[in-house]
Design a protein around this ligand. Sequence first.
Ligand code: CAA
Length: 285
Amino acid sequence: MEIRTVAVLGAGTMGAGIAQVCAQANCDVRLYDVSKDAVAKGVKRIADFLGKGVEKGKVTAAERDATLARITAVVDVGEGASGADLVVEAAPEEMELKRRLFRELAAAAPGHAILATNTSSLPITKIADGNAAAARIVGMHFFNPVPLMKLLELVVGERTATSTVDAARAFGVRLGKEVITVRDRPGFASSRLGIAIAMEAIRMVEEGVASPEDIDKAMVFGYGHPMGPLRLTDVVGCDIRLAIADHLAEALDAPHFKPPQLLRKMVAEGRLGKKSGRGFYDWKE
Ligand code: CAA
């Protein structure tokens, strides 16, 4: 099956990035969010990113315009999903919201459509539990910024059909991604590793082992990571990382995922990282 039309549910950072790469791969894309304002913000994100790409000489003005022309803004899930060959849900990380959306998708999307979730931590099997389309539900976990990050992590739920995984993998390759396939275990592969390193780095700040700058430099210059774990925590959001760490500590019953007190304190004080202007670093400038 060739994927020609993609619906993306959620026009935040991840949804906008996913919509952009699908449109750049010549798909017609319907970008959904709950209000016209929210979708317009997503479309603007895409236009800004493509605009920067033009400035950097990575994208031509004609490619930018053609990509934007392939994206339609919608505020109705049914309108987005009808006629879609692939739906990628990138809504907030709330289990009940996702379960409801996938029930709607099972009714509104064509019977052949792949129904994917971009969740970074919630179990695919639970999202699909009791859903008539469970065999077509799969995790397609993208990374931020989606147009630049090469990884696509496919997460296979207990009822996901092999044909669904194969179609999702083929589409990931078409998007130019390196595709990995992972069982539906808590934190999959990427979040489990990323959170383990981040929680240890925060514990080291708490213990006064070194400054955030020096801990980050250890990973950047010693291990070749593009960004240290503390700066990355600021970029992703301290609140988001705290929620994932709490979930993993419980789901895997593993003390090394237990969030350090420092992280809880930062979140309680509104020091959420880049989005609030301050986290481990000062982002005001
Ligand atoms: N359009 C097209 N190309 C662009 C672009 C744009 N708008 N902006 C940048 N680029 C290109 C640049 O031209 C450059 O290309 P070359 O390598 O060919 O020169 C490349 O992208 C890198 O850009 P920069 O040099 O400007 O910036 P950088 O070196 O800082 O790299 C980055 C940017 C790739 C994002 C890098 O900072 C990075 O890897 N950061 C870590 C990101 C990360 O870890 N993400 C995962 C977060 S966790 C997650 O997402 C999972 C989850 O579930 C929450």
